[in-house]
Design a protein around this ligand. Structure first.
Ligand code: SF4
Length: 418
């Protein structure tokens, strides 16, 4: 059974879990190292190091010229680019990538020179704070690219982004990496009035700013606690497929992709003999047959329904309840039945009905426990505190663990029979 033993969580670590628990497991529980160097990461690291050096110089009283800064960038880029860089897009050469970072440095330099609009308090500063979750103390920690003091006395938590895409303001207001750092900064300097979260999208020369109020900070803390609690209670770390899978460094290990990757690498002759491939071919055949039979059954059911209606009509007209055939006879019963709204039928009407019955003693007589909702709620950690503990205890005492196997066939897009 997998178990997370971390005592420290960074915002990016929490994000990994939020996006895909299995990726989290590989990286932080199993500690499988698969860090891939890409042109983007080389540019990102070189730009960050250049700005680190820039502000170290500015804090020391020396403002470098743009050529000097480019020189710093060039040497950082050269140090980062080696044979391990995985280049996916052959349209771009090393010099194209180098230029991407150089342009970022230039754009930032032109927009902020002489770098006197604020005072740098710290560069690449480790910040963190303790957080108590389910009675245990953990730490949330991370590194702030630059912490600055603005002329109005506000702290500014500055992050540099070399991403190609420029997110909108809504995205910035929802980001919680810098917002978690804000909680740490406020603990370190308790008399802090205002903290601004600032992202410099240096490819675009654009800065996004977000300010969080007290309610947003309280919610953030509780969300982070809930996430840590979910990690600590997770023993399955289910894969969560998303468009990010295309970039996931664990694809070859992931149960969703490992076998397709293995089979794709097999020579055609071996592929046809492969055990899994043969089983899936048989399964696809059976599924086709099942579908044909299902369609046939559907047609038979429709025919049957029609004939039942005809017999009932005939019996009604003849004023009989048994219609005789040569080798069998058909009994006909006609009665009125009341139907109440259902979840799938008329959900809104059902909600109205429930709202009326709930406050009455009738509710205890007719309502039933929704076991599915209890299990799903527990899985999604929908509750906290006493309610969560109660749900856990009920499931532990009354639940029965059984293995359920589900197989679903997904046809490949190039399958002619699909
Ligand atoms: S490939 Fe996708 S589902 Fe699998 S671990 Fe990576 S992100 Fe998760």
């Amino acid at each position: 059974m997998e178990e997370d033993r971390s005592s420290k969580f960074s915002p990016s670590k929490l994000s990994v879990y939020q996006n895909c628990p299995r990726r989290y497991q590989y990286r932080y529980v199993d500690k499988i190292s698969r860090q891939r160097k890409t042109p983007e990461t080389v540019v990102g690291v070189a730009v960050h190091s250049t700005f680190e050096e820039l502000y170290a110089l500015v804090t020391g009283g020396k403002v470098p010229t743009l050529p000097e800064l480019h020189e710093i960038y060039d040497s950082e880029f050269a140090a980062g680019w080696d044979a391990t860089v995985v280049e996916k897009d052959v349209r771009f050469a090393i010099d194209d990538w180098k230029k991407v970072g150089r342009d970022c440095v230039e754009l930032y330099y032109q927009g902020h020179h002489p770098f006197s609009s604020d005072r740098t308090v710290a560069i690449e500063k480790r910040v963190g704070f303790p957080i108590v979750v389910d009675g245990h103390e953990y730490r949330i920690e991370g590194f702030v690219d630059r912490l600055a003091l603005a002329p109005d006395g506000a702290f500014e938590i500055v992050d540099y982004k070399t991403a190609k895409s420029l997110p909108n303001q809504e995205h910035a207001d929802e980001d919680w990496q810098l917002a978690l750092y804000e909680l740490a900064v406020r603990r370190e300097w308790p008399d802090t009035k205002e903290v601004r979260l600032k992202w410099h999208y240096v490819r675009h020369g654009k800065t996004l700013v977000s300010v969080r109020d007290e309610a947003a900070r309280a919610k953030l803390l509780s969300d982070a606690g809930a996430l840590i609690s979910a990690i600590k209670h997770d023993h399955a770390f289910e894969p969560r497929p998303s468009p990010w899978c295309d970039w996931c460094e664990y694809r070859a290990l992931c149960p969703l992709f490992a076998d397709p990757i293995r089979v794709a690498a097999l020579p055609p002759a071996e592929r046809a003999k492969d055990g899994g491939v043969k089983l899936v071919a048989s399964y696809a055949e059976i599924e086709d047959r099942r579908k044909r039979l299902k369609d046939e059954l559907k047609a038979v059911e429709a025919e049957r329904e029609k004939i039942e209606g005809d017999i009932a009509e005939w019996a009604e007209a003849a004023k009989v309840s048994v219609v005789a055939g040569e080798r069998a006879q058909a009994s006909v019963t006609i009665k009125d039945e009341m139907h109440l709204p259902t979840k799938t039928g008329e959900a809104e009407k059902l909600a109205e009905l429930e709202a009326e019955v709930k406050p009455t003693p009738l509710w205890a007589e007719v309502a039933r426990l929704d076991g599915h909702a209890l299990l799903e709620g527990l899985k999604a950690r929908r509750w906290s505190g006493e309610l969560l503990a109660l749900a856990e205890s009920l499931v532990a005492r009354y639940g029965r663990l059984a293995q359920k196997r589900t197989v679903r066939l997904k046809r490949r897009a190039d399958d002619d029979d699909a």
